[in-house]
Write a protein of this length. Structure first.
Length: 302
């Protein structure tokens, strides 16, 4: 079943107005997530909202990034390639806030350069190449005894949405960002800047992605996302109108007589969501109770 994007947009706008009616009177409204600190059990999330504006500008989402690389710098040829290696480390729309370079040598102690840059200066690759800090790093790397440079770039990746003339005419702009999550805490800095690059609104959102790869637990401020509640499913039932008619009736007889958010998939494949070998029977796979992002596997057009 193909979902009409106009229906999805209508639902989103409805949710926007409901949320706005219960939130404080700020220009920047975060709709999803409804809490600023949310636990998700999948490595991806969505950030949606609305900004009311009367001038052109941009809505920007900044996500923490750490980029590491060991660079060989033995001899003139490899040393000459060091700036190129640094250039390749800078990803598209990356803003640098810290660089740490530890240079190792044949016959003397290692030297560590550590420099901070304010986020407000928006230091990208071009700006960084023109800094005195970069020249200090090069002086240590270009030493004829230098062997290897361990480089760590810390900063933010930047994704933008323009606030255009049509947005201003409507006095509002809706925005949506898909984001990838790393194990542990994932901070996202959302801000609005005007045409003169002056920040006029901001908010911070945290997602926590639990993983056995890390020894970290979310704080008390983080809440789980329980999607399958009556209130949440009412919004989806506007599009999902089938009535279930298959062997699930043994346990779910009530859904045979009523419209449901989740009609049976093609070929009655319940195993997409349920473990048919589990005990108790047919438990949900993994942590599907905690996140609506599983819906995106079938509904990527949302």
């Amino acid at each position: 079943m193909k979902i009409d994007k106009r229906i999805i947009n209508g639902i989103l706008i409805f949710l926007l107005f409901v949320t706005i009616g219960s939130s404080n009177d700020t220009d920047l409204q975060i709709i999803i997530p409804s809490d600023n600190a949310r636990i998700l059990h999948v490595p991806g999330a969505v950030i949606k909202g609305m900004y009311t504006t009367s001038e052109k500008g941009q809505i920007q989402l900044l996500q923490r990034k750490v980029i590491k690389q060991n660079i060989d710098v033995v001899g003139d040829e490899l040393q000459a390639e060091f700036p190129i290696k640094i250039r390749d480390m800078f990803q598209n729309s990356f803003i640098l806030t810290n660089i740490n370079v530890t240079t190792g040598y044949f016959n003397k102690e290692r030297i560590t350069d550590n420099f901070d840059f304010p986020l407000s200066e928006q230091v990208d690759l071009i700006k960084f190449w023109d800094t005195i800090e970069f020249r200090k790093i090069l002086a240590h790397v270009y030493d004829y005894n230098a062997v290897k440079a361990n480089v760590i770039l810390s900063g933010w990746s930047l994704e933008k949405r323009d606030v255009n003339v049509q947005n201003i005419k409507n006095a509002k702009t809706l925005f949506s960002f898909r984001v990838d999550l790393q194990p542990g805490k994932n901070p996202f800095y959302l801000r609005v800047v005007n045409d003169e690059n002056v920040e006029v609104a901001k908010d911070t959102i945290y997602y926590f992605f639990p993983s056995e790869l890390i020894d970290e637990s979310p704080g008390d401020e983080f809440v789980s996302n329980i999607f399958h509640t009556k209130a949440n499913e009412n919004g989806c039932s506007y599009c999902h109108e089938e009535i279930v008619t298959n062997d699930c009736e043994e346990c779910h007889s009530s859904i045979l007589d009523h419209k449901t958010v989740h009609p049976i998939l093609e070929e009655d494949d319940c195993s997409v969501c349920h473990d048919t070998e589990s005990s108790p029977r047919n438990q949900l796979l993994g942590d599907m109770r905690d996140s609506p992002d599983y819906c995106l596997e079938c509904h990527s057009d949302i």
